[in-house]
Design a protein around this ligand. Structure first.
Ligand code: C2E
Ligand code: MG
Ligand code: MG
Length: 724
C-alpha cells in the first residue's frame, strides 16, 4: 500500500513549492527507516522529527562554498533518536541517493548541475555515515563500560550477595548484543557468549580452541599486541582498539575491541574480559562511500577530490622529491558528443580512461578524471623531468589508435599541458591553473600535442583572463569607442562609406585593438551585447553624416559581425529595430562576415543573412582569400561584396609586383564581377598599389594610403573635401 505524500503543516505553502518538496522528502525518509527504529514516537511525530534534518541536508546540498561536514550532525541526530539499527543507515543513504537531489535539487534560488549534485550527494552520504558511525561507537562504548562495570562488580562483590550479582552478570553476558569473552592471563579462552560465537561464524569450539595471542591479523595496528602484553602483566587496566579477526571460514571480521583486566579480591590480575562490537558492515559501507566520493562513476578513475588529495600530498613532500603533471583535454570531443550522442560520448570517455590508465602504472603515478573530457596524469619521484615527457608521449601514443564506436573508427586526439617542478613551492590550485593555461596553449597551437608550462606564457594568459573578466563591466562603463576608416571609390577617389572598428580604452592597459578582445568577447558571449552596441552606435553615426551631407550621394556604413552574432536568434529582429529607430535605410548598411565563419555554413545559418539581404542590407565577405573557401560556393551565399584580404595587397608591395599574385587577383575580380559581386580591397598602403588595383578592376579600397581608422569627425571632413 502506498501512502500519499502528505503536505501537513503550513497551509500557505504553494503546492509543489520547495517547502512542499522538502516535506515529501521527509515523508519518504521516515517511511524508509521508521520500521527499523526503536523510537517511542508515532510515525507522524517521527516524520516531524525528521523534517529539520531533511532541511539541514537540503541546505548543505546548496551551500556555497560546499561543505559536507555538517551532514555528520544528521548522522549523530539519527543515533540520538534511537535509530541505531544498521539498516537505518543504509536505508537513509539509499533515500538520499535517490531522492535528495530530486526533491531538494533546486531550491528556487539555485539549481545544480547533475554532475555537481551527484558529487555533493556522495560527500553528504559520506559525512552522514561518518557521524552516524561515530555516534554509534560512542554509544556502544558507553554500553560496554556499563557491562564491564557490572562484570567487575560481579567479580569483586563475591562475598556479598554473590549469587545475585552472578546471576545479573550471567543475564547481561548471555543477552548482550555485543560479543563478550573471558580469558585467563595466559590467553586461554574460558567463556564466550552466543553473540561472539555468531560473530566468528557460529562454531564455539573454533573460538575456544585458540589462545588469544593466536588471533593475529596482518592488518593489526602496531599497538594491539603491546597493549595486550601490558594488560596481562597487570600494567594496564584496559585498552580499546579497532581489530580484525579471521572467522572460521577465512573471511574477515572487523571489530571495535575493548579489553579490561579483572582482578581478584586482593587486587591481583586474574582474568581478561573482552567486549567486541562487529563493525564489518559499517566498515564496508564506509569504504564504499569513500570509494564513491573519490571516484568517477562513469570511468571508475579517481576523481577530482582524490586527485587533489594526492597532488597536495606530492606537493607537501619535504624530501626533495619532484612532481610532473599532464593535464589532458580531448580535441573536438564536443563535436563527437553532439553528433553521435551522449551515450557514444560516454563510451568514448570510458575507452580513453582505460587507455590512460595503462599509461600510468608505475608506483607514484596516477590518472584521474577531472570532469567532462578533462583528465590528469600525475607522476612523482626524484626524476619527473624526463618521466613527465615520456608520460605525455605515451598518452598521445595510446590515443593515436582509432577507437571503434558504432561501427566507425574515430580518431581521438588531445592537448596536454605539462607542469613539472620541485615539491613545496606551489599550491595544488596554482599547479592546476598553470597546467590548464598550458593545455589551452597546446590547443590553440593546433592540438594533438603537449606544451610545457612557462611563467611568461602563464602571465600572458592571466592578463587574458583579466581582460575577459573585465569585459562586461567595461561595456557598462562605456569604455568602448569606435573608429571609422573610409572606403574609397578606386575610380574617382571619392569616399563612399566607412568601416566601423571598435576599440577598448582600458583603464590600465590603454587603448586595446579588437584583436586583443574580440576573440575573448566571442568566447564568453559578450560579443552579442558588444556587437549590438557597435551596430547601434555606428548606424546612428551614419545617419548623422547623411543628414549633414545630403548632396554627397549614398554614404554607407560597414559593421563587422562575429560568428556568434551570426548564430544569435535575434540578429534579424535587432538589426531591423536599430535601422528603424535610427532612420537609416537598409541599403546604407553593409554587414561584414568573415569568409571562415561561412565555410560549410548550412541553410539554417544562412537564413538570417538571406533575410537581411532581401531587405536590402549588403553582406560582405571579409578577409576573403584567407579561408580557402570553395569559389563555386560563392553563388550559394547571400553576399554582394568581396573584401580581398590584406595579404593580396601585400603581395603587390614589391616592384615589380608578383605576376602570380596579379593573376590571382585578376581572376578573383572577374569571377566576382560575373557573380555580380563588388570587390573591395583592404590594406592599401601606397599610391602604386591603388593604381594597380584600379587597373585590375577592383571597385573600392580601404587602407592607410587614404586614411587610418579615426574619429567620426575625420570622416566628416573627408566627405566635405570630396564634396568640394
Ligand atoms: P577587418 O574587418 O578586416 O578590419 C580591417 C583591419 O585592417 C583593421 O584592423 C584596420 O585597422 C586594418 N587596416 C586598415 N587599413 C590598413 C592598412 O593599410 N594596413 C594595415 N596594415 N592594416 C590596415 P583592426 O581595427 O585592428 O581590426 C581587426 C579586426 O577586428 C577587423 O578586421 C575585424 O575582423 C575585427 N573587428 C573590428 N571591429 C569589430 C567589431 O565591431 N565587431 C567585430 N565582430 N569585429 C570587429
Ligand atoms: Mg571588416
Ligand atoms: Mg578584413
Amino acid at each position: 500500500m502506498s501512502i500519499p505524500a502528505q503536505s501537513s503543516g503550513a497551509p500557505d505553502t504553494e503546492p509543489d513549492g520547495p517547502e512542499d518538496r522538502l516535506r515529501r522528502f521527509a515523508t519518504i525518509w521516515s517511511r524508509a527507516i521508521f520500521p527499523s527504529t526503536a523510537t517511542s514516537m508515532t510515525r507522524t511525530e517521527f516524520e516531524q522529527h525528521l523534517l529539520p534534518l531533511a532541511r539541514g541536508l537540503s541546505d548543505i546540498l546548496h551551500a556555497r562554498p560546499f561543505d559536507a561536514a555538517p551532514a555528520s550532525e544528521v548522522g549523530v541526530a539519527l543515533v540520538a533518536a534511537h535509530c541505531t539499527d544498521p539498516d537505518t543507515l543504509s536505508s537513509t543513504l539509499g533515500v538520499i541517493d535517490s531522492y535528495l537531489v530530486l526533491y531538494c535539487g533546486s531550491n528556487g534560488a539555485t539549481a545544480l548541475s547533475t554532475e555537481d549534485s551527484r558529487a555533493r550527494c556522495a560527500r553528504i552520504q559520506h559525512a552522514l555515515a561518518g557521524g552516524f558511525t561515530q555516534a554509534l561507537r560512542e554509544r556502544t562504548l558507553a554500553e560496554q563500560e556499563a557491562i564491564a562495570r557490572s562484570a567487575l562488580t560481579a567479580r569483586s562483590d563475591a562475598e556479598q550477595a554473590l549469587h545475585a550479582t552472578e546471576a545479573r552478570f550471567r543475564a547481561v553476558f548471555k543477552d548482550a548484543a555485543i560479543g563478550i569473552g573471558i580469558a585467563d592471563l595466559d590467553g586461554n579462552v574460558l567463556e564466550v557468549n552466543d553473540t561472539l560465537t555468531r560473530m566468528f561464524g557460529g562454531l564455539e569450539h573454533h573460538v575456544r580452541s585458540h589462545k588469544i595471542n593466536e588471533w593475529v591479523h596482518p592488518e593489526d595496528s602496531p599497538q594491539v599486541w603491546k597493549y595486550y602484553n601490558e594488560l596481562v602483566r597487570g600494567e594496564r587496566e584496559h585498552y580499546r582498539v579497532e581489530k580484525p579477526y579471521y572467522r572460521n571460514d577465512g573471511t574477515v571480521l572487523w571489530t571495535n575491541l575493548t579489553v579490561s583486566l579483572l582482578r581478584d579480591s586482593e587486587g591481583r590480575p586474574e582474568y581478561q574480559l573482552a567486549l567486541l562490537e562487529d563493525t564489518t558492515e559499517r566498515r564496508l559501507l564506509n569504504l564504499r562511500l569513500r570509494y564513491e566520493a573519490t571516484h568517477d562513476a562513469l570511468t571508475g578513475l579517481p576523481n577530482r577530490t582524490l586527485f587533489f588529495e594526492r597532488l597536495e600530498k606530492a606537493l607537501s613532500a619535504d624530501d626533495g622529491s619532484r612532481f610532473g603533471l599532464c593535464y589532458l583535454d580531448l580535441d573536438g570531443f564536443k563535436a563527437i558528443n553532439d553528433s553521435l550522442g551522449h551515450a557514444s560520448g560516454d563510451r568514448l570517455l570510458v575507452e580513453v580512461a582505460d587507455r590512460l590508465q595503462s599509461c600510468a602504472t608505475a608506483p607514484g603515478e596516477m590518472v584521474a578524471r577531472l570532469g567532462g573530457d578533462e583528465f590528469v596524469a600525475l607522476t612523482t619521484g626524484p626524476d619527473t623531468r624526463t618521466e613527465v615527457d615520456e608520460l605525455a608521449c605515451r598518452i598521445l601514443g595510446v590515443l593515436g589508435t582509432p577507437v571503434r564506436l558504432e561501427g566507425r573508427e574515430l580518431t581521438v586526439r588531445g592537448s596536454i599541458g605539462i607542469v613539472e617542478g620541485p615539491a613545496g613551492e606551489r599550491s595544488a590550485a596554482e599547479v592546476l591553473r598553470s597546467a590548464d593555461i598550458t593545455m589551452y596553449r597546446a590547443k590553440s597551437a593546433g592540438g594533438n600535442r603537449f606544451e610545457l608550462a612557462d611563467a611568461e606564457a602563464d602571465a600572458r594568459a592571466i592578463t587574458r583572463h583579466g581582460l575577459t573578466t573585465a569585459l562586461p563591466a567595461a561595456l557598462e562603463r562605456g569604455e568602448f569607442f569606435i573608429e571609422y576608416q573610409p572606403l574609397v571609390h578606386l575610380g574617382d577617389g571619392t569616399v563612399h562609406g566607412a568601416e566601423a572598428l571598435v576599440r577598448w580604452c582600458h583603464p590600465q592597459h590603454g587603448v586595446l585593438g579588437p584583436d586583443r578582445f574580440i576573440p575573448l568577447a566571442e568566447h564568453t558571449g559578450l560579443i552579442v551585447p558588444l556587437g549590438r552596441w557597435v551596430l547601434e552606435e555606428s548606424v546612428r553615426q551614419a545617419h548623422f553624416w547623411q543628414e549633414r551631407h545630403s548632396d554627397g550621394g549614398p554614404l554607407r556604413i560597414n559593421v563587422n559581425l562575429s560568428p556568434t552574432q551570426l548564430h544569435h536568434p535575434l540578429l534579424v529582429a535587432e538589426t531591423v529595430d536599430v535601422l528603424e529607430r535610427s532612420g537609416l535605410e537598409p541599403g546604407a548598411l553593409c554587414l561584414e562576415v568573415t569568409e571562415s565563419a561561412l565555410i560549410g555554413a548550412d541553410d539554417d545559418l544562412l537564413k538570417p543573412l538571406r533575410q537581411l539581404a532581401e531587405m536590402g542590407v549588403d553582406i560582405a565577405l571579409d578577409d576573403f582569400g584567407t579561408g580557402y573557401s570553395n569559389l563555386a560556393n560563392l553563388r550559394r551565399l547571400p553576399v554582394s561584396v568581396l573584401k580581398l584580404d590584406r595579404s593580396f595587397t601585400q603581395g603587390m608591395q614589391q616592384h615589380p609586383a608578383d605576376p602570380v599574385d596579379l593573376k590571382i587577383v585578376e581572376g578573383i575580380v572577374s569571377l566576382a564581377h560575373s557573380l555580380d559581386l563588388a570587390v573591395t580591397v583592404e590594406g592599401v598602403e601606397t599610391g602604386a598599389q591603388a593604381e594597380q588595383l584600379r587597373e585590375l578592376g577592383c571597385d573600392t579600397a580601404q587602407g592607410w594610403y587614404y586614411a587610418r581608422p579615426g574619429a567620426p569627425d575625420r570622416i566628416h571632413s573627408l566627405l566635405l573635401a570630396d564634396a568640394v
